[in-house]
Design a protein around this ligand. Sequence first.
Ligand SMILES: [Fe+2]
Ligand SMILES: [Fe+2]
Length: 363
Amino acid sequence: MAQYTSDVQAGLDRMREMAKGNFDLSWMNSNPEGWGHQAEPGPTGLRMVDIETGHYAPVSGRGSSLGTMAPRGCFVPEDTPPCLDTYVLNEMTEVWSENAAALYDEAVVRQWNSVTDIPWDKLEKLPDDIERAVCQMCTGLTEVEFVAGDMPARWLCQINHDFHEVKLFLATQIMDEARHLDVFRKRALANGGGLLSASPGQEELLAAILTAPDYTTASALMHIFGEGFVLTLFRQGEFLAPTEVEKTIFRLCMQDEARHVAYGVKHLQYLIERLPEREAEIHALLDVGEQAIFKLTLEPQTSEPRAILAGGGLANIELGMARMAFIYRKQVQEYLNRLQVAGLDRSSRITIPLEIPVDELAA
Ligand SMILES: [Fe+2]
Ligand SMILES: [Fe+2]
């Protein structure tokens, strides 16, 4: 007979006892406070907020599972081991957002795919300058989407399991960004063009997001600032989309970005209400982000394709510049408004112009 380790031997002994009808069954009554729980589906189905009630609703300011993987609301035996100090984001203020559960439900209901939801059959041969501009814009957006997925992925595995609403939401964001990456790459490679140039300037902003010292500053920089600018840009999709294909891509991506921005605004609001002393460090990182994003206007591969698309071709670059100036003004205004909602007044601190004086530049 084979020699087993003591653990395997103990397991076999336990199974022998069970085979004789000797069960433990203590788990059946391990969590009396959490037993008898019910949830009624609402008109839209069974949402996360429908189940997180009663015993399961309270989320303490400091995550109670402290390093274990125990689900919130269950009984945690004393010998449950804290896991390798992996889960270090244990303060609710560090990650929480009151809308995370609702955004998660919305995200899973509204998933789309780039295989069948984009009318690829409507692609048509475009003038060379337009196709090149679309492909350059898609190259830049693909570059951005990589980081928009990497940022939540970097922090997700550090968040206490008590805050599962946030973890679930961030998991949907990672999938959303994967889809954005894939749809922009598909567009660039599908219509006779291809990828064009990467953007060194853009990478400066992306690096600031990835190397931010803590989750909240990373979130403010990405969810509110970076994704906020992208959301406003996608909302103006009719200016930038030469065919039904790009219009559909912008519309679908916009839905997703709206959730990411909504999470970021509510998270920052949650933190600032409780820890107003953190304002200064968030302002400091936004200073860096604003400078980095403005430098992008110097980069031809970022600003020129948008101006060409907005004008409808190289020949109409002036109209394109005017439309891009309109979009820029909206981007900055909406950025300041979102920060205001979160409780951060940046109107007198912003380090970039509120608008680009196109007329003066042309004079
Ligand atoms: Fe995205
Ligand atoms: Fe996003």
